[in-house]
Design a binder for this molecule. Structure first.
Ligand code: PNS
Length: 165
């Protein structure tokens, strides 16, 4: 049986915490599709095409069974469109749990055949978030430990000279 999973998120931008979860999931599933939500309600720093491209470069060494795709609408519909039986989400701290439980139970109600699987982020990335990384970059802090190389370069380019890597 081929085990297919989707790893959905906003990824604005992908962090090392996301990459760590993608790497762990790539070892567990036959196919892993990283799904980048195109949310018209949010004004992201990076466009949907930029986010897909940055993730593609960041996960290039994980293997051909890992791909990246943009999606609109419900995660469960995205999962079904890829024939996925699993949704992957990362947990950094207990504080992530409540919202993730609510999402997992909502998704189970919508699609009982799809299970959400949680992977614990490596301890060293437990503090990393996309929003704080953008803030650090904006004020010139060192973001190199927080994001993959291609993302760090894109943040510096987008947020200006002040953002040192
Ligand atoms: O990276 P994020 O912002 O924590 O990811 C949240 C995401 C994209 C997984 C979540 O917002 C989502 O699944 N959105 C799609 C809409 C949807 O399916 N909503 C109902 C289930 S929560």
């Amino acid at each position: 049986m081929t085990r297919v999973a989707v790893f959905p998120g906003s990824f604005d931008p992908m962090t090392n915490a996301h990459l760590d979860v993608a790497r762990r999931a790539s070892g567990l599933f036959d196919r892993l599709v990283i799904g980048v939500l195109n949310n018209p309600k949010k004004a992201p720093l990076f466009s949907i095409d930029e986010r897909v491209e940055l993730i593609g470069r960041s996960v290039a060494d994980l293997g051909d069974h890992v791909s990246v795709d943009a999606f609109d609408g419900l995660t469960v519909n995205f999962a079904r469109s890829h024939g996925a039986g699993f949704i992957v989400r990362g947990l950094r701290a207990v504080s992530d749990f409540e919202a993730e439980l609510q999402m997992a139970l909502t998704n189970r109600k919508l699609a009982p055949e799809i299970d959400t699987t949680f992977l614990m982020t490596a301890l060293e990335y437990g503090y990393v978030s996309s929003s704080l990384t953008k803030e650090v970059a904006r004020f010139g802090g060192d973001i190199a430990p927080m994001v993959p190389g291609p993302v760090a370069a894109a943040l510096v380019e987008r947020l200006g000279q002040d953002a040192r890597v």
